[in-house]
Every structure is written in C-alpha cells, then in structure tokens.
Design a protein around this ligand. Structure first.
Ligand code: AMP
Length: 545
C-alpha cells in the first residue's frame, strides 16, 4: 500500500522560488570581477534568473543541453546555476585552474553549447578558442560595452546583462522528473582524463537539505555565509543551493581570496560562517596573527578538501573561531562526513576533543560508509582496521558521464562507490582518512600515514605547509620524505623538525630526510600535488638513519 502523500518532484527551481517568496529581501552580496561590491536580494535574483532562462531558451538551449561556465563566485554565476538547471539544461562549471588541455577535453567531452565566461578569463578563451567546436559559443558575463577586446573568430553573442535586459520576467519554472540531470562537474584526477560527475535535481535538493543540518554545516536564516570554495569546485560545496534554501545571506568573494581581502569582506558583510580548503585558511590565519585583526562576526569555518591540521583548529580557536572538518568528494556532491562532537564528548578535555575533531568525521544521514580489506571484506568499526573506504547514498554517483570504463572501475556490484581513500572507522562512527590509496607509504610492510606526519609537521612554528611522500628505498621498499615550506622569516632545519616529530611518532615512522621548498605545487582544487613531488624527488638520496 502506498502512502497518500503528494509526490511533488524535488527541483532546484523550488529552492530559488522559496527564497524569493520567504526571504525576498535577504541579500546576495558579491565582490565583482570588476572590483566593486554588488548587492541585491533573493527576490531580484529569481527575477533575473527567469529572464536569463527565457534568453537561454531563445538561444536554442533545450533540456539536457550542457551550458558551461568559467566564472568566479559572483551573483551572475549564481543566476546561471538557477537559469540553466531551471529549464532542464545542465550547468557545467569548469575549473579555470586546470591545464588548457584538460579544459579543452572537458568542454569538448561535455559538448557545451554555450560558455558563460568572466572577463578575467579572456586570455584563456583566446588560447582555447581555436580548438573549440564551432557549435560552442561564448557569452561574456558582464555589462554591455565592458566585453574584453579579443581577436576571437568565434561567433559573438550578446553579453550576460544584454541577454537579461532583452527579456521580461513573465516565466514559470517548468516541472519535470526530479531525476533529470542538473549540473556537471569534472574531477581533476591526477591520472587519466577528467571524469564527469552528473548531479540530478533530486540529488542536489537532498544534499542541500542534508548539509544544512546542525551537525553537518548548520546553516540558518540568521547566518551570513561565505563560500570561499569556488563555484567551479563541486558547486562551491552546494552553498549556492543550501543558503537560499535556508534563507541565509550569501556573500560571494569574487576572485580575491587573499587573507586581507577576505577579512575586509567578512567584516563589512558580517559573515558568520565561511567555507574553504585548508590552504585558504592557513593564509587567512597568518593574516589574523600578523595584523592582530579580530573577526567580529565570523565564528565558524567549515574546512575540507584535504586534511585539516589540528594546529590550524587550535590557532583559530585562539581567534574565537570554531573550525569544523568536513570530508567529501566531487562524486559525493560533495559532503560525506563532518567531525561534529557528540554529547558524550562535551565533557572531555581539550586534547581529547581535539582527537575527535582531527578525524574526518561521521556521516550526514543518507551517506553509508564501509571500509574493506584487499579482498573486499568489511572491516570492524574499531578505529584501527584500515582499508579502502566505500560509500553510497542518494547524492553519491553511480557512474561517470559518458565514461563506461571509469564507471565500471569506480563502482562495485552492490552500488558502492570506491573512494580511493584509505581509512579507519571508530566505534562512534567517526571515519579517519590515513591517505589517498596512491599516496600511501608502505615501509618494510608497514603503513605510514602521510597525513599524520603532515599534520604534526605543520604544527612546528617554522613550517607554513608540509607534504610527506614515499621515496623508493632498496631495503624498506619505501621511506617517507618530508617536504616543507617556511613561514615568513623562518628557516626550518632538518634535525630540529625530526626531533619535533619524534615526540609523536616511533622512530621507524619518522621521515628519512627533510627538504625545504619556497612553495609546494598545488592542484586546481588546492590540494598538494603529490604526483609532481614524487616525480621531483624520485631519486632523492636518503641519508642512512
Ligand atoms: P575532490 O573530489 O577534488 O573534492 O577530492 C576528493 C578527495 O579529497 C577525497 O577523496 C580525499 O582524498 C580528499 N579530501 C577531501 N576532504 C578531506 C579531508 N577533510 N581530509 C582528508 N582528505 C580529504
């Protein structure tokens, strides 16, 4: 017997409709690409998204067509999220930090019909244009008259504002199946071609609901939320959906993500919650420490994308800001877990609480997790048994876009997605990532967690960033090498660092050597590019220890 409840489809347009009615005058504030501050409300945003939707239909965009964006976090990008998905087309956000070849592969693989582009990316478009399909047309995300001068031979179209100006807002968001594809984001894998993750309306709405919960990201109508994480990286962790869904003020930082620019924006717009990768927060914290600046409203940061060092959590606690770690993947929309404490942890001392917060955390309802050994056998929730982490749930992929081979490799026969992360899960359900599978260090048959060593090294006062990689070794197969960058005016010393680490690790786990670099190579999503470091140091002579 079926229940007698309405089966209204879960559509992305319902989010902006809701915000436009019940949070009509709540603001979206953007630092624009041009440099100034732009502000309007959810009411105005929906009206402009409707005009844009009409313009897209007139340009021949049909359900299922892919429309690409190469854009920063601003109101125009926000409008595109809703206009494109709202008519049943697919909003394909492209990471401009990828290599040109990868971007071309992605645009051509997705068969983007239109590319909406911020003017800052004019040089990139000039480089790409000769290799793009003639079917793919460019729209500059700017005012009439502000389009960049380029030598492009591609057929030009009216700019973003001209498209909006030419339409009226007499438009009803169409209804369709909630399983319809809504947006597309390619993973920036370090090997092979990028793989497309195709989200649906249903997965997007359920994920936005899930991440808004108190023990997930916790978003309310009394918050001002700033996604520092770019809208081209897993939809800015879905904040452009969750903020209007909950009626939170949305503060979009545009292209300027340095400590001082962020601080000024947070203060001016009374931001209460901000989200981004640890690299961003390390430089933001350095700015606070160097200037003595106090954040008057920011009291929460959600950080993920790579491991959050406990020393960073401690440092922000000193500024009165609580850092919560989240873990997820492009394939998971992205949120899987957060390290929110349980009631039983509240009475613990700071060190014991920090041990919980340093883990990647427990799942948001909807996400199932298991850790399996090499034979695929599930491991106990004992906080010690390690293996590959598998996940499944309504906002987790069951295959990649137009890529049967990658899909088959990623999924097991019961629909679990192989994350490629090596993890443990403790009896309270907190998962801890030890390494990416390909970054694991196996020395004399024993695992050494590069993440543990990095978290410890970064707590040293001379160290700004740290990475640990495996270097081939004739006797032990692999040994760890620590690579660090110095904090301003510091000179980290090998022996000093090893002594510091020796307080936390047995001798056999300690790196055999330390290298100091001016900077570490990063991927397009802000992770340390270990594959590059392994190439650089493949033949690094390790001293006998
Ligand atoms: P991406 O799809 O680019 O978001 O990358 C996903 C991968 O980033 C995960 O599989 C993890 O290896 C890594 N990652 C994300 N969040 C964390 C975290 N909090 N701690 C450690 N690794 C993380």
């Amino acid at each position: 017997m079926h229940g007698l409840m309405s089966e209204r489809p879960l559509l992305i347009s319902a989010i902006i409709k809701h915000a436009a009615v019940y949070h009509r005058d709540t603001e979206i504030v953007s630092r624009t690409v041009e440099g100034g501050i732009h502000r309007y409300t959810y009411g105005v945003a929906e009206r402009r998204a409707k005009r844009l939707a009409r313009a897209l239909l007139k340009l021949g965009i049909r359900p299922g067509d892919r429309v690409g964006t190469l854009a920063w976090n601003t109101f125009r990008h926000f409008e595109l999220y809703y206009a494109i998905s709202g008519i049943g087309a697919v909003c394909h956000t492209i990471n401009p930090r990828l290599f040109n070849e990868q971007i071309l592969y992605i645009v051509n693989h997705a068969e983007d019909r239109l590319l909406f582009v911020d003017t800052t990316f004019a040089p990139l478009i000039e480089r790409l244009a000769p290799h793009l399909s003639p079917e793919c047309r460019i729209i500059w995300m700017t005012e009439e008259g502000a389009e960049p001068a380029t030598g492009l031979s591609l057929p030009g179209l009216p700019c973003h504002e001209a498209l909006i100006r030419a339409e009226d807002e007499d438009f009803e968001w169409p209804g369709f199946d909630e399983r319809t594809a809504s947006s597309l984001c390619y993973t920036s894998g370090t090997t092979g071609n990028p793989k497309g993750v195709l989200y649906s309306h249903r997965s997007t709405v359920l994920h936005a609901l899930g991440i808004s919960l108190p023990d997930a990201i916790s978003i309310s109508a009394s918050d001002a939320v700033c996604p520092v994480v770019p809208m081209f990286h897993v939809n800015a962790w879905a904040i452009p959906y969750a903020a209007p869904m909950q009626g939170a003020k949305l503060v979009l930082p545009g292209p300027r993500l340095d400590g001082q620019s962020l601080y000024r924006l947070f203060e001016a717009e009374q931001v209460t919650l901000a989200l981004g990768v640890p690299t961003v927060w390390l430089s933001f914290e350095a700015h606070l420490s160097a200037t003595g600046a106090r954040c008057s409203t920011l009291h929460r940061i959600l950080s993920g994308g790579s491991a959050v060092p406990p020393s960073m959590v401690e440092a922000f606690a000193g500024h009165g800001i609580d850092v919560r770690q989240g873990w997820g993947m492009t394939e998971m929309s992205p949120l899987g877990t957060t390290a929110a404490l349980k009631a039983k942890h509240l009475g613990l001392d700071r060190d014991a609480q920090m041990k919980v917060k340093a883990k990647q955390g427990r799942p948001v309802f909807g996400v199932e997790m298991k850790v399996v050994d090499d034979a695929g056998q599930p491991q106990p929730y004992d906080g010690a048994s390690m293996g590959e982490l598998l996940v499944r749930g309504p906002w987790i992929v069951n295959g990649y876009f137009e890529d049967a081979e990658a899909s088959a490799a990623a999924m097991d026969e019961d629909g679990w997605f192989r994350t490629g992360d090596v993890a443990t899960i403790d009896p309270d359900g907190y998962m801890q990532i030890m390494d990416r599978r390909k970054d694991v260090i196996k020395s004399g048959g024993e695992w050494i967690s590069s993440i543990d060593l990095e978290n410890a090294a970064i707590a040293h006062p001379d160290v700004a960033e740290a990475a640990v990689i495996a270097v081939p070794h004739p006797r032990w197969a692999e040994r760890p090498l620590l690579i660090v960058t110095p904090r301003a005016d510091c000179r980290p010393q090998c022996d000093d660092l090893l002594k510091f680490l020796a307080e936390h690790f047995p001798r056999w786990m300690l790196p055999d050597d330390v290298v100091v670099l001016d900077q570490l190579p990063h991927t397009a999503t802000g992770k340390v590019m270990k594959i590059r470091l392994r190439e650089m140091f493949r033949s690094h002579p390790l001293p006998e220890r």
